[in-house]
Design a binder for this molecule. Structure first.
Ligand code: ATP
Ligand code: MG
Length: 412
């Protein structure tokens, strides 16, 4: 992609209402643009990152037997009345033709349970797992912190259906491992910890995945040895590390990037969702739900992977792999070498953002590259060619090296 043609440019001015590092850097870098409070446009760079995060999650969900579906954004309020959740503050209400009451779904238990009920009748149909990656709507009291707490935001939600609690427990552990794999691949595995949270009335605990970050909204108590934590809301009940029993817990700030629940029969009961077992007896279906927010996670990654110059994307989700900067492009000879290099990289199917602008200084191009945060920078200029090729530098390192134009294979 030519930077000169990219929709969404960097800007020096800090958005007046940017109350967080992710809002500031993502807006300045040309990734997102605020529409209204807690609602964002994703520009090409931002959408590339979000899509990569979603695809990593998708691959890991597919690996554990998840089948991807897409449920609707809106539904009838009646389903929410059935579960008693129609009075929740976060629900957005709509009026349809003829005065029908509709809601924008903030989560999808009220949709997926009756949907599953249309296809599941017998123990032979269980277990099964469906997920979607879709936007949710919550009328959050305090939409804030850029992508961290939106009113419209992206979520992956997986739902599992089982014959009994034992099978639910089995799958719950499998999902936990899949979540660890996802955060590892997203480059935040080392700072994302499994956290015991309140499970409400239907199970002892739920689990959150919390990314350690000084700017996080949540307070958790971390056992540094076991890399396990307890959420503030249950510390009075559970005062020691659930793994080693230590009471030497450190109070830290964190961002909740995922949350998994054993729903048990809370929703199946509400919708009268039964199956017939081997003996032909009616039994209640057991359910689990597993949420993970790609958009919040994108914000969280920026919060914990940046420096004073800009974002430092993990390679797996960077919008492009190489940021090619052409300098001295008024010189026709240098320009043709630079264009040729851009073409070669594209032919090798390397994702490259090419700063081909003629009207900005080298300093501006370097500053923009640091702000955008692509892992590898290549500079082709009069000086680099005199030194024997292109200057290569990693975003997270200071040192640079000259690579000859025919040794670029080394990069990839
Ligand atoms: P929180 O406690 O932060 O309000 P929650 O516990 O209500 O979130 P869930 O309903 O479990 O969240 O949603 C699953 C995931 O969706 C969360 O772990 C988070 O990654 C993401 N998420 C939830 N609410 C928001 C939001 N307002 N903006 C962006 N992402 C969100
Ligand atoms: Mg929560």
């Amino acid at each position: 992609m030519r930077y000169s043609q990219l929709f969404g440019k960097t800007t020096k001015s800090v958005p007046a209402d940017a109350d967080s590092i992710n809002a500031k850097l993502l807006t300045q870098g040309g990734f997102i643009q605020k529409e209204i409070s807690g609602v964002y446009n994703y520009l090409p760079l931002g959408l590339r990152v979000l899509t990569k995060i979603q695809n990593i999650i998708r691959e890991e969900m597919d690996k554990i037997g998840g089948q991807e579906i897409l449920m609707p954004t809106m539904t009838q309020e009646e389903s929410w009345v059935t579960t008693g959740r129609h009075t929740m503050d976060v629900l957005f209400h709509l009026k349809g033709q003829g005065g029908t009451n509709l809601v924008l779904n903030p989560t999808h238990e009220e949709v997926v349970t009756p949907l599953a009920q249309k296809y599941i009748f017998s123990y032979r149909d269980l277990p099964f797992y469906v997920y979607q990656i879709q936007n949710k709507f919550r009328n959050e009291a305090r939409a804030k912190s850029g992508l961290l707490r939106g009113r419209e935001f992206n979520m992956k939600d997986l739902y599992s259906f089982h014959t009994d609690e034992e099978d639910l427990n089995r799958y719950y552990e499998i999902v936990k491992q899949a979540y660890h794999a996802i955060y590892n691949r997203l480059g935040i595995g080392d700072i994302t910890v499994l956290t015991f949270a309140s499970g409400g009335s239907f199970s002892q605990y739920s689990h959150e995945f919390q990314t350690l970050c000084d700017n996080g909204e949540d307070t958790i108590y971390l056992c540094e040895k076991c890399k396990l934590a307890i959420n503030k809301e249950i510390i009075d009940v559970q005062k020691t590390c659930p793994e080693c029993g230590s009471d030497n817990l450190k109070t830290v700030k964190a961002i909740e990037v995922g949350n998994i629940f054993k729903l048990r029969n809370k929703y199946s009961k509400a919708f009268n969702f039964y199956y017939s077992d081997k003996n032909g007896q009616e039994k209640i279906v057991e359910m689990g739900c597993y949420g993970l927010g790609p958009s919040r996670t994108m914000g969280a990654i920026v919060e914990c992977r940046h420096d004073d110059k800009g974002i430092v994307w993990p390679t797996s989700i960077a919008p492009y792999q190489i940021h090619l900067i052409g300098l001295d492009l008024h010189d026709e000879k240098i320009k043709s070498q630079s264009e040729k290099l851009y073409q070669t990289l594209q032919e090798k199917n390397i994702e490259v953002l090419y700063d081909d602008r003629l009207d900005v200084t080298a300093g501006t191009k370097f500053a923009d590259a640091d702000l955008i945060g692509i892992p590898q920078r290549l500079v082709i200029s009069k000086r680099s060619l005199e030194n024997g090729g292109v200057e290569s530098k990693k975003r997270n390192e200071e040192k640079s090296e000259i690579l000859s134009l025919n040794s670029l294979d080394k990069l990839i």
